[in-house]
Design a protein around this ligand. Structure first.
Ligand SMILES: [Zn+2]
Length: 430
């Protein structure tokens, strides 16, 4: 690590161990200053969402900071993250730190850097539950959904329920608001894109599109790029807990936002999957209100090896791909982990597919439900069947079913893959 990152990382580690209540019990695991900050962090336990649940609001705050006064004055807020009940946690939100994290992450792609380099309008299309602390459900006039330079477009829990009128409303608002940036959940933006293409609605073209909140599938990309040809589509990875962690650069790789986090990728065990892939552990930097060390975000990434990225960025980790959530892993006939990215790459051959969900119900039993363009439906089933066999094994028991729509989960997020049985995720990384 270059000196500046190294010293900031050391400061975050030593500050947390010496004056953040939760980490008192971790001090004995620290090998001390004779080791590098990365090595010292690696020796510590991992921080899980259950730890946040048990210790927020004040457990991750530096002792010299007065949490009650901060909450009273509004300098910090207690915010619930999105996701399923098992995933959901409350965190301490410090807006200036979040803004810094967002602005620094924007520097990692030229189109984002240009947009964020000056004041700009941004339209947000996500689940109404996911858009920060705001929640716009039902009929709210456009003016009331604009906060500063942000317009929140969606008002429905389930975007598959958008009718032609709702689509037209969103398009009209985009055309009037003329945002420089559209920030979208890829699944939601893909549904809007397809509806616009089918109805031949002309839509304002922003300077840049940012995909975040969920794993962007190739089927989402395909529809978004059709509606917005020539617009740079940037994938941004982060979480409510950790801020913005990785941005995909113009050469297609993800670079770490070294201004506000340190990242470690803990590989999957060789016997259980591809060791090139690992879970993302994030240490936040310079946020004394909410200091996270080695926080398990619950997602996987594939590290880049070899020469530096063509874009020229070398600071921090370079990641080949974000591979999806740990809890969305499925397993092939040998019991080896299949990431959402593995699956998505294989299924990308099915041209007519606009959405899908794979479910594994036993060691050899897999099903795929999919939404496809009408004219492609029959050929699609065969293509998907073959693609699933290449992923899971020739002897896999695979069924496919064409459906008219796939709705998100209660959390507002779509799941591309899941198992119907429980399994121990910790066991994958031991
Ligand atoms: Zn790059």
């Amino acid at each position: 690590m270059p000196e500046t990152i190294h010293s900031r990382c050391t400061a975050a580690l030593e500050g947390a161990l010496s004056s953040v209540p939760f980490y008192r019990g971790w001090r004995e695991s620290d090998p001390g200053p004779s080791q590098s900050a990365s090595e010292r962090l690696k020796a510590l336990p991992i921080l899980f969402k259950k730890d946040l649940r048990a210790n927020v609001p004040f457990g991750f705050m530096h002792e010299s900071y007065d949490g009650r006064a901060g909450l009273m004055s509004g300098e910090i807020e207690l915010v619930a993250t999105s996701g399923t009940a098992a995933d959901r946690v409350s965190i301490i939100w410090h807006q200036p730190w979040w803004d810094r994290s967002e602005n620094e992450a924007a520097r990692l792609h030229p189109a984002l850097a240009r947009a964020f380099g000056c004041r700009h309008r941004e339209a947000v299309l996500t689940s109404p539950l996911c858009a920060g602390k705001l929640c716009h459900v039902g009929r709210v006039p456009m003016e009331e959904r604009i906060v500063s330079d942000l317009l929140f477009l969606n008002q429905a829990f389930d975007p598959t329920a958008w009718d032609a009128r709702e689509v037209r409303r969103m398009v009209d608002e985009l055309n009037r608001f003329r945002p420089e940036v559209i920030e979208g959940d890829p699944a939601y933006l893909a549904i809007l894109a397809r509806a616009c293409l089918l109805d031949e609605l002309p839509v304002h073209q922003p300077a840049c599109i940012v995909l975040t909140y969920e794993f962007p599938s190739c089927v989402h990309y395909r529809q978004i790029l059709r509606l917005f040809p020539g617009v740079p589509v940037v994938s941004s990875y982060g979480s409510t807990e950790t801020g913005h962690v990785f941005t995909r650069c113009e050469a297609g790789r993800f670079h770490q936002n070294t201004a506000t986090c340190h990242v470690e990728i803990q590989p999957v065990r060789a016997s259980r999957g591809d060791v090139g892939v690992g879970r993302i552990l994030v240490t936040t930097l310079d946020n004394p209100w909410f200091a996270l060390l080695r926080f398990d975000v619950g997602d996987l990434a594939r590290l880049h090896h070899g020469p530096p990225c063509e874009c020229g960025r070398t600071e921090g980790l370079t990641v080949e791909a974000i591979e999806g959530r740990v809890r969305d892993l499925t397993f092939d006939l040998q019991g080896r982990a299949v990431t959402v990215k593995d699956l998505d790459d294989a299924l990308s051959v099915a041209e007519g597919v606009v959405n899908y969900q794979v479910e594994q119900s036993g060691p050899r039993q897999y099903s795929i439900r999919y939404v496809a363009d009408a004219e492609a439906a029959r050929a699609t089933a065969e293509v998907l069947h073959e693609a699933m066999r290449t992923v899971y094994g020739a002897e896999a028991d695979i069924t496919e079913r064409s459906v008219s729509a796939l709705s998100p989960e209660q959390s507002g997020k779509f799941r591309l893959a899941r198992t119907t049985f429980d399994w121990d995720s910790e066991e994958l990384f031991k």
